[in-house]
Design a protein. Structure first.
Length: 602
């Protein structure tokens, strides 16, 4: 009988964790698919057992009624966490963090909203209390007479569970065993993944630890502040040229293309242009082919950050995960001062890279993600196809109040570049190239380029391009970043297929009133995109000169970029300049960790 007292809450919490997965992995998180939840949790169920046993084991340190009371209380606390998780997920499609404890003021007048996040299936989370209550009522004498605690049993269960849980991080971080493939579950890539691998309870333990680590205030030293000031005072301050305010008052539409590299722009294969749409825009607009990739561990989310804040990402982890509440003098905030409405439209889930919190924290008025799109959207590769995505983005843009800034992101052109089905392939590649990642890259870039063209046609037919500047840029490199060794194995490859070591992404600026294109050979980085756009849009230089770490590429005498590996590439740079530009990337990390613009500048 005594063992059943432990088994009932143990089994119940395991089932609740599976029910949680059944809601989360289902497209509609208000509907339960227990089978899908079990399939999602089953490979990692031993971790579920271990985390639950850690907390239930403390009951053995109590005796008599105290043991019963503890089991009820700990079961109630864990159940409350799981219910919080599932209801929060329904509202935000991500996991709640302990950081929410600092945002309780947001709950004012939200009673109706909170209630709307419950499902009529949520009663399943409390059924075990009824079962446990009935069991306790009929069997109370078998354990209320227990006069002794069981510290040895507690230690055996507690230590065994800890050792089991610690196996993976021990191999990763102590033994540096790269063969342990579970390492990415500790990387803060997606908190819903952590909840899947370690159960919701395990997620909250890791989250609490991460929040504690990040809660330690980072204090800039006087030397850091001096170097930051020195960097800003050393920035160019040149007279305005013909590009100042050239596009002032226009709507801004940014299309961030997944894994788009500069090397492929303007190229042909089998006599067919791979990027005819972008080639045409370049022939009429402004083009920067030498924008060096500067993303770090946050990859795509780092691109979102740099393009909208002109800050380098943190050196460890994802900035959006670690510091989603930071203050920035950002592109959306600066444009909102000029009465722009701002929106970020992502085909990914908001929990992915913590986009929902990262982008709204940067300053976007509105964030739209995967769950706002038609549930029957065509899916290619990792998610919604570019065709389906752009088709649904058109009416979203049509509803925006002008002037507006719309930040859009594509997804189909994502590694391993095998998402384009045969019926959508148009390049007629030979068999070897077609099966290679490079051939897949050609086809997927061609597909995305075509969909950008269709998107612009639809916008134009609605009159939405008449007063709009369109910007196209790549979030990071792709085929050369991850598959260069495979490309080099091709037996009949052209020289331009190979990695040129530049790792650059294109940056295109176009509007309908542009008729004569110009290509700028200046070397720059992704942090330079924001100040360049602000210059064109007529935002005064003084508004951002002392906050942006990048520079205006339309009005500069310098040609360089600082890279993530702390190299500095450029023309005619002195060693002192290289050291300064390398150092500012390290200082950016400290500025974000100390919330420089939220604290130092107030």
């Amino acid at each position: 009988m005594r063992i059943l007292l432990f088994l009932i809450p143990f089994v119940a919490i395991v089932i609740k964790s599976i029910i949680f997965q059944g809601f989360v992995v289902n497209r509609d998180p208000y509907l339960l698919d227990f089978g899908l939840g079990l399939e999602s949790a089953k490979p990692f169920i031993n971790y579920y057992y271990a985390f639950i046993l850690i907390f239930l084991s403390f009951a053995l340190l109590f005796k008599g009624k105290g043991r019963v009371v503890y089991l009820f209380i700990i079961d109630a606390i864990i159940t409350a966490l799981i219910v919080l998780d599932v209801t929060y997920f329904r509202g935000f499609y991500t996991m709640p963090s302990a950081l929410l404890l600092t945002q309780t003021a947001n709950l004012d007048n939200m009673g109706g909203t909170i209630m709307s996040m419950f499902s009529n299936m949520d009663f399943l989370f409390i059924l075990d209390f009824i079962v446990l209550g009935i069991f306790v009522f009929f069997t109370s004498k078998s354990y209320t007479t227990v006069k002794r605690r069981a510290p040895i049993s507690f230690l055996v269960i507690f230590i065994s569970s800890i050792v089991f849980i610690a196996y993976v991080p021990f191999n990763l971080h102590i033994l540096n065993n790269e063969d342990v493939k579970n390492g990415y579950i500790f990387s803060n890539y997606d908190p819903t993944n952590t909840a899947r691998y370690f159960s919701p309870l395990g997620y909250h333990i890791f989250d609490a630890y991460n929040v504690y680590q990040d809660s330690k205030p980072y204090e800039l030293e006087d030397e850091d502040r001096s170097q930051i000031d020195e960097f800003y005072t050393s920035k160019e301050n040149l007279p305005d040229n013909e590009y100042a305010g050239l596009l002032e008052g226009k709507n801004l539409l940014v299309i961030q293309v997944e894994s788009l590299e500069s090397f492929i722009i303007g190229k042909e294969v089998n006599g067919q242009k791979i990027t005819p749409v972008m080639d045409d825009l370049i022939s009429k607009g402004l083009y920067f082919p030498n924008i060096y990739e500067q993303v770090n561990e946050g990859t795509s989310s780092d691109a979102d950050l740099m393009i909208n804040t002109s800050m380098f990402p943190v050196r460890r982890g994802s900035t959006f995960f670690r510091y989603p509440g930071n203050t920035y003098n950002s592109l959306p905030n600066l444009l909102e001062e000029k009465n722009y409405s701002t929106i970020a439209i992502h085909p990914d889930k908001g929990s992915f890279w913590n986009y929902v919190n990262g982008l709204t924290g940067i300053g976007f008025d509105k964030f739209v993600d995967f769950f706002s799109f038609d549930e029957n959207s065509e899916m290619l590769g990792l998610g919604i196809s570019d065709e389906s995505y752009f088709t649904q983005v058109v009416p979203m843009i049509k509803e925006l109040k002008e002037p507006y800034y719309a930040f859009t992101v594509t997804l189909t052109n994502h590694g391993p570049f095998d998402s384009i089905p045969e019926e959508k392939k148009v390049l007629g590649l030979d068999e070897e190239l077609d099966k290679n990642e490079m051939g897949g890259y050609f086809e997927s870039v061609k597909y995305t380029d075509t969909q950008i063209g269709e998107f612009l046609k639809k916008l134009d037919s609605e009159g939405l391009l008449d007063n709009t500047v369109v910007v196209i840029e790549g979030d990071h490199t792709g085929v050369h970043k991850y598959y260069n060794s495979s490309v080099e194995k091709l037996s009949n490859k052209e020289d331009w297929y190979l990695d040129n070591g530049h790792h650059t992404v294109p940056f295109i600026i176009w509007s309908k009133d542009m008729t004569e294109g110009k290509t700028f050979d200046v070397k720059g980085g992704q942090v330079d995109i924001m100040p360049t756009l602000l210059y064109l849009l007529g935002v005064e230089n003084e508004k951002y000169i002392n906050t942006a770490l990048g520079r205006n590429l339309l009005n500069t005498n310098k040609s360089f970029a600082a890279l993530t590996n702390l190299d500095v590439v450029g023309d005619n740079l002195t060693e002192e300049e290289k050291e300064m530009y390398k150092n500012i990337m390290l200082l950016s990390d400290k500025m974000i960790r100390s919330n420089y613009f939220g604290n130092e500048k107030n």
